[in-house]
Design a protein around this ligand. Structure first.
Ligand code: ADP
Ligand code: MG
Length: 391
């Protein structure tokens, strides 16, 4: 990576503003239901503390739209951090302002502060200059560890990076390293697995990977639009009529690379108690819908994966949220875990699926960034990365 990381800058006795991605899921009682993103930020925070920095953490949570929303305060994050770091993490109730300035001025090396949800300030999403200046005034150095927010040009991801020495945190560096190796310097054959609901969400990814990959395996709802382009009846399956031409064009350009399902699981309703059947894709009857790939497809895809040097996966193979339609997705996750290939997962739902399948540990890299990983796979430069200082 051509950007500076925390290893390349002097943080000793400095005040360091760290943008993290603490955008964690909360239940109705405001309890964190999955703290992976908090865990993923610990190496950078620990590194800074070991090097005698005073650490000022900040993050957004949810979509408060520029004003305080009590249910989106960062107190539960501060509590979890206090437990995980085994050190008091003091949470402030504002993002900037006299109270924040005072608290920051009283900091000593080894102290950790957490600012309030940055999206309580309207200037955050607007990348407002004044907010960026107020934030920059708090610290000597800025570190961005929020890969999941790197596709947004906001005050805490871009504005402040332009005003202070700016380096990538360790999570950010790892994300970029792994994703760019898979994308730009993969061990071949490169096999790409694409799924999810819609082809229109993934056109940019398909286009960018079409020339790089040897095989592109298509599953999930996305496959239905390809089947429609072949003239198959899709019953009640999800089909994007507006993208049928795109699917046809892709098949014409890359017929040798695209691998479509050879069997599918169909259901007579969109629920977990529905009647199901395994059929060939050109045999979907009216009243039925495709909700997963079938066992012969799992076998076909598994064979491809076992011969791969690198695998990039985005998008579940079926409606994995419902148990009867999760089998295809979980089987592919397990095939990936078993393969010798370097394996990289992008996309929020795909990451959850791999976690639910219980194989995250056996995957080379599961990205913490949903939207950011997709934009990266599209080959786009992420503004939060571009704003960091070059090496
Ligand atoms: P990611 O977040 O990993 O990028 P997507 O958001 O593109 O993935 O797709 C995930 C969604 O796609 C899931 O909610 C899943 O239920 C849905 N999906 C997968 N296969 C089908 C299908 N055959 N029909 C309808 N929805 C599907
Ligand atoms: Mg998704």
């Amino acid at each position: 990576m051509n950007k500076k990381t925390v290893h390349d800058i002097d943080v000793e006795n400095k005040r360091v503003l760290v943008r993290c991605d603490f955008n964690v899921p909360l239940n109705d009682e405001g309890v964190i239901t999955n703290d992976l993103r908090i865990q993923a930020a610990l190496p950078t925070i620990r590194y800074l503390l070991e090097h005698n920095a005073a650490v000022i953490l900040c993050s957004h949570l949810g979509r408060p739209k520029g004003k305080p929303v009590d249910s989106l305060r960062l107190d539960p994050v501060a509590d979890r951090l206090t437990t995980l770091l085994d050190r008091t993490v003091r949470k402030l109730d504002q993002v900037v302002g006299p109270m924040v300035t005072e608290a920051v001025e009283a900091m000593h090396p080894g102290d950790v502060l957490l600012l309030e949800n940055t999206r309580f300030e309207a200037g955050e999403e607007a990348n407002d200059r004044e907010l960026s200046e107020d934030l920059a005034a708090l610290a000597d150095v800025y570190v961005n560890d929020a890969f999941g927010a790197a596709h947004r040009a906001h005050a805490t991801t871009v504005g402040v990076a332009e005003l202070l020495p700016a380096a990538a945190g360790l999570l950010m560096a790892e994300e970029i390293e792994m994703l760019s190796t898979a994308l730009n310097d993969p061990k071949h054959p490169l096999v790409v697995i694409l799924g999810g609901a819609k082809i229109s969400d993934k056109i940019g990814v398909i286009e960018n990977l079409l020339t790089k990959a040897e095989h592109i395996l298509i599953g999930g709802g996305m496959a239905n639009t390809f089947f429609r382009a072949k003239g198959y009846e899709m019953g009640d399956s999800l089909v994007e009529e507006g993208s049928v031409d795109t699917a046809r064009d892709l098949m014409e350009r890359a017929s040798d690379k695209l691998v479509l399902p050879v069997d599918v699981v169909v259901a007579d309703a969109f629920n977990a108690d529905a009647e199901t059947q395994i059929v060939e894709p050109d045999n979907v009857e009216s009243g039925w819908r495709i909700l997963d790939i079938g066992p012969r497809t799992v076998e076909l895809f598994t064979e491809n994966i076992s011969e791969a040097g690198t695998v990039i996966w985005n998008g579940p193979m079926g409606v994995f949220e419902m148990e009867p339609f999760a089998e295809g997705t979980f089987a592919i996750a397990k095939a990936l875990a078993k393969a010798d290939a370097m394996s990289v997962i992008g996309g929020g739902d795909s990451a959850s699926a791999v976690e639910e399948a219980g194989v995250s540990e056996a995957i080379s890299h599961v990205s913490t960034g949903g939207g950011a990983s997709l934009e990266f796979l599209e080959g786009r430069e992420l503004p939060g990365v571009a704003a960091l200082d070059d090496k």
